[in-house]
Design a protein around this ligand. Structure first.
Ligand SMILES: [Zn+2]
Ligand SMILES: [Zn+2]
Length: 95
């Protein structure tokens, strides 16, 4: 197999530029004094930062997540799942 043939076997990118922050990683609510991580491309998750990129929906467009309640685990730990791309967002609402 040649190098170019091997390249052709690499799967197409499964992420695209976040449609909420347009790749800036800043939430639209951000101000020069109070920067907020984009809540669509990583900032919505515990222990993660915004990346400016999100997974693609099945139609090939970058996902604007629409999380719906999915699982309740324990007293204050819940999982939310995006209706469009299946992304899981665990939320610990404990004190
Ligand atoms: Zn974003
Ligand atoms: Zn999604």
């Amino acid at each position: 197999m040649t190098f170019l043939e091997a390249l052709a076997l690499i799967p197409k990118p499964t992420t695209g530029v976040c449609p909420v922050c347009n790749g800036t990683k800043d939430d639209p609510r951000s101000t020069p004094l109070a920067r907020v991580d984009c809540q669509n491309c990583g900032g919505q998750k515990m222990f993660q930062r915004a990346t400016g990129r999100v997974v693609l929906r099945s139609d090939g467009t970058p996902c604007t997540h629409d999380y719906r309640h999915f699982l309740k685990i324990g007293a204050c730990y819940n999982e939310y799942r995006c209706e469009h791309c299946g992304d899981i967002n665990p939320i610990d609402s404990g004190d």
